[in-house]
Structures are given as C-alpha cells and as structure tokens.
Design a protein around this ligand. Structure first.
Ligand code: 5GP
Length: 207
C-alpha cells in the first residue's frame, strides 16, 4: 500500500542567530525532496540580495493586489513591510511530492497552522542566549544598536516557541544534526495516525 505521496508544508521559524540559513543549506544539500519557498516582500533589498533568489521584491501596490487575488498562502506585516508566501509555487511543489520549507515569522506560521493542519511547524532555537549573542556579534556586519534590537526581538520570539509542533536546538557546529532532526520530525509527522485515517478501512477491504 502506498503512502500519501504529496509533499508537506514545513514551517521554520526562529530568531536571527538561530542559524536557520546554515541548517537549511545542509538540509537542501542532503535531500532533493525539500525545497525553499521564496517569499515576496515590500522591503528594500539588502546588499547582495537578489530578486527571485532571496525574495521577490515587489511594491506595496502589487502586494495588496496579490492579497486581493488570493495569490498569497499567508502574509504578515513586519517592521512596516509586508512579507508573504506566493501560493502557486507551493501548491505545485506539494502536488509533485516536494516538502516545501517556509522560513517565516510567527504570525504567518499561525495562519498556516490554521489553514493547513497537516503542515509541520518547527521552531529552531540556539542552545542559550549567550550563544545567540555571540553569533549575532560574530557577523560583525551590524551596528551595536541593530544587535541590541535583534537581541530584544529574539527574546520575544523565543517565548512563542511553545506554539509550534517541534522545537529543535541548533548547537554550535551541529547544523548537520539539526537538519537531520528536521527530516526526522517531518517523517514522524507524516506517519501520524490522523494522516492515515483511511488505512484500517483499506486493510480490511483487502482481506
Ligand atoms: P528579513 O527582513 O530579516 O529578511 O525578514 C524579517 C522576518 O520576516 C523574518 O522573521 C522572516 O522569517 C520573516 N519572513 C520572511 N518571509 C516571510 C513570509 O513570506 N511570510 C511571513 N509571514 N514572514 C516572512
């Protein structure tokens, strides 16, 4: 008997400094059945960011049109800008059996949880605050003010971790383990009884 071959929505949230980027890099290098959903945003590109790779950079007017047209799977306002997940790509990939990773903040994550109960919501966290601070300072690209701001925001975000299905800790230099943990929880989520409600009926029919 075949398992349901559709892909899953995998939501990954976590504060800046949790190491989402590195963990996802490892995940995508290990597994071709996981893909990244490129979000749309109205914020300006940062240095080095590419349209269509990091984000689809669009105007406020276009974003609002997309919301009206139902083109966004979820969206949220964050620091005076819109961020949202284009629906079409996600639908296509899910149909093709790909697990689509949405790297989004908590408001969007909760919209996904409500609309798509079979989505897997994962919160990636650093082992402790000291590590988070070291990682943010280690980037050395941001001013003290920006770092302090991000640390304060991280505190607020970590409190919301309990709203997620799974919490994965990303220890220093253990991105490989965190990526394996993501693969494990997505697999476990897929095998939940609720995902296979029609199984007993099918088995009994085959007697
Ligand atoms: P940044 O401006 O630093 O790239 O992203 C700011 C926040 O927006 C991050 O927490 C990021 O995860 C979140 N974000 C990025 N794309 C989306 C999206 O499509 N939807 C939602 N809800 N949040 C997003």
């Amino acid at each position: 008997m075949e398992e349901n071959k559709k892909g899953r929505l995998v939501v990954l949230s976590g504060p800046a400094g949790a190491g989402k980027g590195k963990v996802l890099e490892v995940l995508f290098s290990k597994r071709r059945d996981y893909k990244y959903s490129v979000s749309a945003t109205t914020r300006n590109p940062r240095f080095g960011e590419k349209d269509g790779v990091n984000y689809f950079f669009i105007t406020m007017e276009q974003f609002e049109k997309d919301i009206q047209a139902g083109n966004m799977l979820e969206y949220a306002e964050y620091c005076n800008n819109y961020y949202g997940t284009p629906k079409k790509y996600v639908d296509q990939q899910i149909e093709a059996g790909i697990n689509v990773v949405l790297e989004i903040e908590v408001i969007g994550a909760m919209q996904i949880k409500k609309k798509y109960p079979s989505a897997v919501l994962i919160f990636l966290t650093p082992p402790d605050f000291k590590t988070l601070e070291e990682r943010l300072r280690g980037r050395a690209t941001e001013s003290e003010e920006v770092i302090r701001n991000r640390l304060m925001r991280a505190r607020d975000e970590i409190i919301l971790a309990s709203k997620y299905d799974y919490i994965i800790t990303n220890y220093d230099n253990k991105e490989n383990k965190a990526a394996d943990d993501i693969i494990s929880v997505v697999r476990a989520h897929r095998l939940r009884a609720i995902e296979q409600e029609d199984l007993s009926e099918k088995i009994l029919k085959s007697i």
